[in-house]
Design a protein around this ligand. Structure first.
Ligand code: NAD
Ligand code: MG
Length: 389
């Protein structure tokens, strides 16, 4: 029987790579639902190729276009956040690939778990914001959540067959992004186009900026805490610009495991869909002889302030990671639209962390309020920065 899959965010970088992978195994996978935020044109094209039962577009203004594009196909078309949750809950998929970017991805993931689906998780913001709620929901429902993020996929693979007590710590590798060796003075002058050029990975714009500020690694540290049930002091980060070693697990007997491969997201995406099996691929192979050295260095926490803010938010817990994420999403958008400078991204996040009420054990409703308030605080601070310009 083929595996039935639904894709949240099928038109994005992860979504399109997932469909590319899926198209190679027509007997193994069937697509039940495809969803997008705004790109109705690509969603129509994907639906005609993969014949899902239903498609959902986030922005209701595109529903007529979507319906028109899919007339006479028998594919149902819906729009809006609520419909998205209904369609995912009602779908017959065994696995839901969560590849929406940002906080918007949280509720559809909750709907998927509540309706008993297994999740392949690319949307790290879900665990950053609501890791506690998601992990409790997963154990209540008995469903699984397998990481797509390459570092977490590496750790997940290293932990197969191991006992949790055996883990001493983990090390997440980071490429360091395009500004690894740039001075703070030059970082002030960085433009969106510079930050959008990542040396090793081609990704959506938000995660690409997060990689340049190293907030991406900060979010991944928090993501790792929840995925692998670790204390903050068990998670460290090393800069490995070659992006070949995807992460390490250090065990209590002194042994270390790592997972390696070419930097190609199609590998961890496929693994999240097929685990514990591995499907054969024709993807580029790693040849050690092409690498003269693998290097490792400590991240510069002063230069990459976002990373240290994420560690602080993780330590404090409660709604701090939610505030961190909301302010970061707001600041990244403001940087991309030319409103603020590159170093003002962490500055805005820090301001929001210091100027929002701390809640030790927020429920989902409280997190929603925290998210909105942190966005407001960040927006007000950005407006102040703009006046200063
Ligand atoms: P992207 O911007 O390329 O794609 C985002 C997708 O989400 C698109 O299909 C978009 O239409 C949809 N979307 C956006 N806002 C929405 C909304 N409000 N409602 C419904 N749909 C919406 O992003 P991406 O690079 O594919 O990243 C997706 C997620 O995967 C992010 O959380 C990112 O951190 C994570 N991730 C990405 C990569 C990568 O290589 N791109 C690697 C690891 C993890
Ligand atoms: Mg990653």
């Amino acid at each position: 029987m083929p595996q039935i899959i639904s894709l949240l965010g099928s038109t994005g970088s992860i979504g399109t790579q997932a469909l590319d992978v899926i198209s190679g195994y027509p007997d193994e996978f069937m697509v039940d639902v495809l969803t997008a935020g705004n790109n109705a044109g690509l969603l129509i094209k994907q639906a005609k190729q993969f014949h899902p039962r239903a498609v959902v577009i986030g922005n209701k203004a595109h529903l007529d276009n979507l319906k028109y594009g899919l007339r006479n196909t028998g594919i149902k078309a819906y729009a809006g956040d609520e419909e998205l949750e209904h369609v995912i809950s009602d779908s017959e998929s065994g696995v839901v690939l969560a590849a929406i970017v940002g906080y918007s991805g949280l509720k559809p993931v909750i709907a998927a778990i509540k309706s008993g689906k297994n999740v392949a998780l690319a949307n790290k913001e879900t665990l950053v914001v609501a890791g506690d709620i998601i992990t409790r929901l997963l154990s209540k429902k008995g469903t699984s959540l397998v990481p797509v993020d390459s570092e977490h996929s590496a750790i997940f693979q290293c932990l197969i067959g191991e006992e949790h007590d055996s883990i001493e710590k983990i090390t997440l590798t980071a490429s360091g992004g395009p500004f690894l060796n740039m001075s703070i003075d030059n970082l002030k002058k960085v433009k969106p186009a510079d930050a959008l050029r990542h040396p090793n990975w081609s990704m959506g714009d938000k995660i690409t900026i997060d990689s340049a500020t190293m907030m991406n690694k900060g979010l991944e540290v928090i993501e790792a805490k929840w995925l692998f049930d670790l204390r903050p002091d068990q998670i460290s980060v090393t800069i490995h610009p070659q992006s070949i070693i995807h992460s390490f697990v250090h065990f209590r007997d002194g042994s270390v495991k790592a997972q390696l491969g070419m930097p190609d997201m199609r590998v961890p995406i496929l693994y999240a869909l097929t685990h514990p099996r591995r499907f054969a691929t024709e993807l580029p192979r790693l040849d050690f002889r092409e690498y003269r050295s693998f290097t490792f260095s400590e991240p510069d926490m002063k230069k990459f302030r976002s990373l240290s803010l994420a560690f602080m938010a993780l330590d404090e817990g409660g709604n701090k990671p939610c505030i961190l994420n909301a302010a970061n999403e707001t600041a990244v958008r403001a940087f991309l639209s030319g409103e603020i400078g590159f170093l003002q991204i962490p500055e805005t996040v820090e301001y929001a962390l210091e100027n929002n009420l701390y809640l030790a054990a927020p429920d989902l409703e409280a997190l929603e309020v925290s998210d909105k308030q942190a966005r407001d605080t960040a927006r007000k601070y950005i407006n102040k920065l703009k006046k200063r310009k």
